[in-house]
Ligand binder design. Structure first.
Ligand SMILES: Cc1ncc(COP(=O)(O)O)c(C=O)c1O
Length: 386
């Protein structure tokens, strides 16, 4: 596989599967009594769903979670047979292939349930349902007023042999704030919905906790936890890398394609927002906003990369395909590697640093890396066992 160590690769996102396994180990230790579903939506938060799934299962994860039927199908096509939940669908989708390949399906309305049951009939086997209740996020999930109707239909489907109710579940609104009052309210509402399901003679599990609640609220673990961001090593409470038990898995780096001396007084990049204050060496990196290195990163001139052992400023505007780095009088060569963000231990910026600069969250940073030109590479080994 091409790597940045290969002269033709311009930029790569290196995903350390040893870090993924470490993070899964951390999560298992904080939630020893619960099953562990690793959330792999959006191609594993940009890290590669199949590779992360394999690493996570090796490290003790017991379930996988995705957003779409296509994401679920990709995991099954890769030969991954672990329990797998998919949770955001249009009622018009064809659920038969998912039922046939033992993908558990979330339903939030009678319409969704009817569509899933049609898929179950076409597949010739019962659908495995996770009934989603809206406990306070006001996003997906059946509202309280619709829950009894959904339960009626689900209980009938079970009686007809068309479905099994595997779980009652919900999603938290403020798990990054462990003492936020909404957490207790949501947990109580979930438990009420679960008890009403049991009162129909069904015996589902309950699940609620994402990364934040998995790491801070053992009382909300119930039967299964569903961490996503923590698996990728990004701290749900935005703690600095040195203070977090997690290890960031993704490093984004690029190779210098041109280095040149430029005299004092020359404008750099579009709009000449930065002018060389002295003669200096400028290094050109072949990544830009089309690759996920968003323009706003250098809006205030604070973007830095680790190049040649030092943090160096990106100067001038970020372009679609390239950025310019000021290296002063230090020697820099074509082919040298620059780290744009990484695990933090080497002094390079982190995804959290980017998020702080951009006024966003690290989730958006790692899912924002574009793989049209950036190559994704997995290291850390165990994927080769599959
Ligand atoms: C339904 C559901 N469960 C779990 C998660 C994982 O959340 P986090 O990445 O905060 O751990 C997500 C992601 O947003 C989600 O949508």
């Amino acid at each position: 596989m091409n790597r940045v160590t290969d002269p033709v690769v311009r930029a790569e996102a290196v995903v350390d599967l040893a870090a993924v396994r470490h993070n899964v180990g951390v999560l298992r230790r904080v939630a020893p009594g619960a099953d562990l579903m690793v959330v792999l939506k959006a191609d594993g938060y940009g890290h590669g769903a199949v590779e992360v799934a394999r690493a996570a299962l090796l490290a003790g994860a017991t379930w996988l979670g995705v957003c779409t039927l296509d994401e679920a199908a990709a995991l099954r096509a890769a030969g991954i047979t672990a329990p797998l939940l998919s949770w955001l669908h249009l009622p018009g989708e064809d659920f038969a292939p998912a039922v046939a390949s033992a993908v558990d399906l979330s339903v939030s309305s009678r319409e969704h349930l009817a569509a899933v049951l049609a898929g179950a009939r076409a597949a010739g086997r019962p659908a495995r349902l996770h009934l989603k209740v809206d406990t306070g996020l006001s996003r997906n999930g059946a509202p309280a007023a619709r829950w009894p109707d959904l339960l009626d239909d689900a209980a009938k489907a079970v009686a007809d042999g068309e479905a099994e109710v595997v779980a009652v579940w919900s999603h938290l609104a403020a798990a990054d704030t462990p003492d936020h009052p909404s957490l207790d309210v949501q947990a109580a509402r979930l438990t009420a919905a679960w008890e009403s399901t049991r009162a129909r003679g069904l015996d589902p599990i309950r699940h609620l906790a994402n990364s934040g609640a998995t790491m801070s609220r053992p009382d909300l673990h119930f039967d299964l936890v569903r961490p996503g961001i923590a698996v990728y090593g990004l701290d749900p409470f935005d703690r600095p890398v040195a203070e977090s038990p997690l290890v960031p898995a993704m490093t984004l780096r690029a190779r210098v394609v041109l280095a040149k001396r430029v005299p004092a007084g020359e404008g750099v990049s579009y709009g000449h927002e930065w002018t060389t204050p002295r003669e200096t060496t400028l290094a050109l990196l072949p990544v830009g906003y089309a690759d996920g290195v968003t323009r706003a990163l250098n809006r205030h001139g604070r973007m830095r990369v680790l190049l040649g052992g030092a943090l160096r400023p990106v100067v001038g505007r970020v372009c679609m395909d390239q950025v310019v780095v000021d290296c002063g009088d230090d020697e820099v060569r074509v082919g040298d590697e620059a780290v744009l963000f990484g695990a933090g231990g080497d002094g390079a910026p982190t995804a959290q640093d980017w998020a702080d600069e951009l006024g966003t969250i690290h989730y958006e940073v790692v899912t924002g890396v574009q793989f049209r030109r950036v190559v994704r590479v997995h290291t850390g080994g165990d994927e080769q066992q599959w």
